[in-house]
Ligand binder design. Sequence first.
Ligand SMILES: C[S@@+](CC[C@H](N)C(=O)[O-])C[C@H]1O[C@@H](n2cnc3c(N)ncnc32)[C@H](O)[C@@H]1O
Length: 285
Amino acid sequence: MKLGELVTQTARRFNAARLHYGHGTDNARDEAAYLVLRGLDLPFHADAGIPVSDADLRRVESLVGRRIRERIPTAYLLKEAWLDGLPFYVDRRVIVPRSHIAGLLHAWPGRVRRALDMCCGSGCLSVLAARAFPLAKVDAVDVSGASLAVAERNRRMHRLEHRLELVRSDLFARLRGRRYDLILTNPPYVPQAAMRRLPREYRYEPGLALGAGDDGMDLVARILEAAPAHLYPGGAVLCEIGDNRAALERRYPRLPVTWPVPQVFLYRPRSGAVSRTPARPGRAR
Ligand SMILES: C[S@@+](CC[C@H](N)C(=O)[O-])C[C@H]1O[C@@H](n2cnc3c(N)ncnc32)[C@H](O)[C@@H]1O
């Protein structure tokens, strides 16, 4: 069998098994190419006409079998995820990198000397920020020591020990006195009810990385309230919140935000503090 046929056959099996995607791919064909090519240590541009050996077929079969039966995300099977063209080590201690913030860093207008990746997980966004802003020092914060061990591995892999500092902290608790030009954050933001409906694939990810209270805004609210004190004048917060725009607007109807993409808002504090003005007078939320 040739490589291209193996990818096509694998995609057909994924379709028949009605898998869920969203961990780096959004369809059966891309997921099959990812699993087959990277499962065989081949580059994404490998020639579809390469013959596949019996040993390689067995290797792919074992990965495909687990992907279908156990619904394990391909990134965890391979211990590798790709974001914005870069590879990252991943395992179940961190969520699989897929943040929309990744695509916004190249075109960032303005100088960044200090950046913070709040809730860094695998450190994927910290690494991308360090590469997008080659003169910047980047702090990467997570409350989970297990996540930071993975971030440490990615920091080493991308040779950023000299510019990327890992900090174990409950949000800003251990960042007293530190200020930034840019705070980027992809915090947990899945509402409680949605947590209960997540497809099996997502249950392999750490609950701490996903769930964020009734409306998904628990962590976002804490970040927004603390962030102004950690920004230089003119600094900004780039925050991913998925489909929670309405929930954000209910909590902060007058927050001056813009939406570079539908899942990410940009907030530049004017007066140095977030006003949690109720949506309607007299209503707490
Ligand atoms: C959605 S994941 C994002 C990981 C990474 N930034 C990415 O985009 O792949 C959220 C991360 O927030 C961390 N986290 C949860 N609560 C936290 C807290 N109170 N303080 C700091 N980090 C927290 C979790 O451990 C998890 O790694």
